[in-house]
Ligand binder design. Structure first.
Ligand SMILES: Nc1ncnc2c1ncn2[C@@H]1O[C@H](COP(=O)(O)OP(=O)(O)OP(=O)(O)O)[C@@H](O)[C@H]1O
Length: 237
């Protein structure tokens, strides 16, 4: 790893991702390169099928590139084993999904504690207090002991964001986090991401939100599995 790579939160270099399809293959990401610095708030936009989710999954180490390299949070993901990737992810990346993916049988605060139990970075005795503090931070401290199904969609997404922050990762990756929310609630969730970015968190969000440019600091547009536009919007840090 060179000095430049150490300074970037994300460095994607000449990445191709293909999936087998019948006798041939489908190209999901095509010779894509992208650098994101620590502290940026970046939106990945583009039509359905343009490669956004594939790119995010490559950044999270959920998928591996067919060729090219992916450096994220000071790790060359290609050099890590599956268990190494899981450990790395637990410490360095918070993931937020469209459908929240909270465990339905655990209370909200237990959902937030779960990644702490997995990564074992936060001492056992401190986990509940930290989870409660994070729920306060995202504005739903009063919902801690409820089951997820009893919360509104916006509250469930806030809980999922608190869970993503459990191990204090430098990077948050979100795949259409407002895709299942009404526009008012979506605005509030995006404002929460902006606040977390203002606190210094690096955030990459895949989104179809129309006015995302007024929220993020940079908008990367994919068309046909390639970056066609990469613009500073001047909206945030
Ligand atoms: N597991 C897979 N197997 C086969 N093809 C896939 C797989 N995942 C993605 N693809 C294909 O790769 C391309 C990019 O898909 P991707 O899901 O990354 O697009 P997207 O921009 O996130 O779309 P959307 O906005 O609809 O979520 C598409 O043509 C898709 O069909």
């Amino acid at each position: 790893m060179n000095a430049d790579t150490a300074d970037a939160a994300i460095r994607v270099s000449h990445v191709v991702k293909t999936y087998p399809l019948g006798a041939g293959e489908v190209v999901a990401v095509d010779h894509l390169s992208l650098d994101i610095a620590y502290g940026e708030f970046v939106a990945i936009v583009g039509r359905s099928g343009s490669g956004k989710t594939t790119l995010l999954n490559l950044l999270a180490g959920i998928d591996r590139p067919t060729s090219g390299t992916v450096h994220v949070a000071r790790a060359d993901l290609g050099s890590l084993s599956e268990s190494g990737l899981a450990t790395w992810r637990g410490h360095n990346v918070g993931l937020v999904f469209q459908f929240f993916q909270l465990l339905p049988t655990l209370t909200v605060v237990e959902n937030v504690m779960l990644p702490m139990d997995f990564a074992r970075k936060v001492p056992v005795a401190d986990r509940r207090d930290r989870a409660l503090h994070l729920l306060d931070r995202v504005g739903i401290g009063d919902q801690a002991d409820k089951l997820p199904a009893t919360l509104s969609g916006g509250q469930q997404q806030r809980a999922a964001i608190a869970r993503a922050l459990a191990n204090d990762p430098p990077l948050l990756l979100a795949d259409e986090p407002t895709g299942n929310l009404d526009s008012h609630t979506a605005d509030a969730v995006l404002k929460l991401f902006a606040d977390l970015n203002a606190d210094g968190r690096t955030i990459v969000v895949v989104t179809h939100e129309r006015d995302i440019r007024s929220i993020v600091g940079r908008e990367v547009t994919l068309v046909d599995r390639r970056i066609v536009d990469d613009e500073r919007t001047g909206a945030s840090a």
